[in-house]
Design a protein around this ligand. Structure first.
Ligand code: HEM
Length: 224
């Protein structure tokens, strides 16, 4: 990863005009090097740029992909919950129109109680980054019903709080909603016989599956 990042940064430092022409939009590196168009430009060293790149990739990629992996794993372990999620998604996004298709929209996904509960429970069970806060919760469908909002406000802070809270939380949340909705609207997942992931994880700043354990699943397409 560091190698790839170093190559990108070197390319940018050696020929910023060429790098700018190649990109279709302002990149994070350009924003850092040029002050993002604000007119305030502070020269940053090669090492700092590489470090910033690695931080963004680590903070953004590992966290979101881990939450998604974990959600798929948990839903394979709990087929009844997976079925309930699929049913909610079918009701929210029914097939229709001349081509008998459905479209998944983020705004609708965010209003779905069961999908939201699945995401919150995944954040609780396997947080994107490790922390020392105790995880004490009531029994049952804890993220559904009257108490869910107050419970979340007080106790569920997967993106941190305050001035140093996660910079990418809205992007991450959108990615998680859309990805899970698309996957579980269309496919029924089950653990494959080659699956290695047990659910044990270790603290490597990001929570990661223990050892090299890979999640291997099979998917069957629904026809509803
Ligand atoms: C499920 C996904 C994610 C989780 C659970 C998560 C969680 C967190 C947490 C707990 C923090 C520390 C907040 C604190 O210190 O109080 C943080 C910081 C940060 N996150 Fe995320 N994050 C996620 C996705 C992302 C994405 C997609 C991006 C970027 C596109 C991102 C960028 C950052 C950055 C830059 C910081 C440091 C902010 C600062 O110190 O000012 N994160 N994240």
């Amino acid at each position: 990863m560091k190698q790839v990042m170093s190559e990108q940064v070197d390319e940018l430092i050696q020929d910023p005009t060429k790098a700018r022409a190649k990109a279709t939009h302002m990149t994070i590196f350009q924003a850092l090097m040029e002050g993002g168009g604000s007119g305030s430009s502070v020269p940053l060293s090669r090492d700092i740029l590489i470090g910033e790149g690695l931080t963004i990739v680590g903070a953004a990629l590992e966290t979101t992909s881990w939450i998604l992996t974990s959600a798929v794993h948990q839903l394979c372990l709990n087929p009844l919950i997976q079925r309930r999620l699929h049913d909610e998604l079918v009701r929210a996004f029914p097939r229709g129109g001349r081509d008998d298709i459905y479209e998944i929209e983020l705004a609708t996904c965010e209003k779905l109680p069961y999908l939201t509960a699945v995401i919150k429970e995944t954040h609780r069970l396997t947080p994107g980054i490790p922390g020392r806060l105790p995880r004490v919760v009531p029994e049952g469908d804890r993220w559904l019903g009257m108490t869910a909002d107050s419970l979340e406000e007080k106790y569920l802070v997967p993106f941190g709080k305050g001035s140093r809270s996660c910079l990418g939380m809205y992007l991450a949340s959108a990615e998680i909603y859309i990805t899970l909705a698309v996957l579980f609207r269309r496919f029924k997942f089950a653990l494959h016989k080659d699956n290695e992931m047990t659910g044990a994880w270790v603290d490597h700043f990001m929570t990661t599956p223990d050892g090299q354990a890979a999640l291997v699943v099979s998917a069957a397409e629904y026809d509803d």
